[in-house]
Every structure is written in C-alpha cells, then in structure tokens.
Design a protein around this ligand. Structure first.
Ligand code: CA
Length: 227
C-alpha cells in the first residue's frame, strides 16, 4: 500500500482528499501547514507528497526546496491555484515532480498520482548497479550519487532525467521526449524548464560544465548523453 502525505491547510480540501485517497487504498497522513509538512517529510518515508503552495508558516515552495536540500527524493505533486502560472514553473525548478491546478477533478488527481508512483517504481527497477556518469557514480536503485566517495545530492527529477538519458545513451533525446517521459504530461510547462534542469545536472556531473562532454547539446533539438 503506497503512503501519501497531504500538506493542505484548507480543512474541507484536506478531508476530501484524505477520504478519497483512502478509498483508493492509499495510507494517508495529514499536515496542515508548511512547517508540520516538512517535519513529517523528514521524519517518515512517504511514497508521495501532495503539497499545497499557499500554506501558513512555510510555503509549498519552501517546503519543497528544503526537502530537496536535505536530500529527500520523495516525489512531490504541487497543488497550485488557478492563475498561478508562474508557480508551476517555479515549483518544478524547486524540485517538484508535477503540479495540478485547483480546482481539479478527483479522476485527474488519481491519474497523476498513479503515473508518478509508476514512474518512480520503474526508475527503481531499471538499474541495479552503480553507473559512472561523468564525475559521478550513480546508483539509480538507491537514488544515490557520489563523487570520490562524497555524496552529491540529486533531486528525484534529476535522477529520472539521468536515467532516461542513460537508457537512451548515444542517441538524441529531444526536449519534448524528456518532458513527456520524465514530466509525463502533454501540457508542457516549457522546454526552458528542461534546459534549466540540464544546466544544473551538468554542474554536478561535468568536469567543465561550460564545455560538456557527457550531456551534449544537439542544437535546436535536445540532448545526447555520450557514455
Ligand atoms: Ca492553501
């Protein structure tokens, strides 16, 4: 049974989500503000977090950023309000895995949850051994990366991008492939989001991030991992 943490301050929303997710067979834990949410994310290992953006004490962005900084790679779906276009982009850059705009249908939310859980399980099952990628040794199974024995923190999304590039090594992967396969929705935030993730990944894996030798840019198209 997958476990889900719901961080939401609006009581009716919180209870509605809880009831429906429990009906679907998920184990649900609740938090009512950002601080409480972050404490619970750090203390327990959830399979997924549903994180409202507008929260008392700490915003959903702050929670997301703090969790990733602490090396926690639990998938996060942000709950954003209508008209907060910028939130979606920002949220993904802060390390969220997906977002859903309120008001959303239960069916849509369940589909997103299932897709994320399926993806995080499939990434886990594709690789079992550590692989050398640039400066890093990456264990996709344990979501662990290191350089010369020192852990290098990668977000869940960064692991997924690396895993996808690795599965398609020496081939051109378009930005749209990455958006579809890694982010997994047709409603693309922007290909710039992909580029920003690649810039950050290069800083972690390339010897000289300005002259990449591992993740190459294929001009006007996308990227190619050379291994
Ligand atoms: Ca709220």
């Amino acid at each position: 049974m997958a476990s889900i943490l719901i961080v939401e301050d609006e009581p009716s929303m919180q209870l509605g989500l809880k009831d429906n997710l429990e009906l679907e067979g998920y184990a649900v834990t609740l938090a009512s503000d950002g601080e409480e949410g972050l404490v619970k994310i750090k203390k327990n290992k959830f399979d997924l977090v549903l994180l409202d953006v507008m929260l008392p004490k700490l915003s959903g962005f702050d929670v997301c950023k703090a969790a990733r900084t602490a090396g926690i790679s639990t998938p996060i779906i942000l709950l954003t309000a209508r008209g907060e276009e910028i939130d979606k982009i920002l949220g993904l850059e802060f390390g969220a895995d997906d977002y859903i705009t309120k008001p959303f249908s239960l069916r849509e939310l369940l589909a997103r949850i299932k897709a994320i859980l399926r993806r995080s399980q499939s990434v886990v099952s594709t690789e079992t051994l550590s692989t050398s990628i640039g400066r890093l040794k990456v264990d996709f199974n344990a979501f662990y990366a290191e350089e010369n024995g020192v852990e290098i923190k990668l977000s869940h999304k960064e692991f997924e991008i690396l895993a996808y590039l690795q599965q398609n090594k020496n081939q051109v992967v378009t930005r749209y492939d990455l958006l579809e396969k890694v982010w997994g929705y047709d409603e693309q935030p922007t290909t710039r989001t992909v580029d920003n993730f690649i810039v950050r990944l290069r800083q972690k894996i390339e010897i000289n991030p300005n002259q990449p030798k591992v993740i190459l840019t294929v001009h006007g198209t996308g990227y190619k991992m050379v291994v």
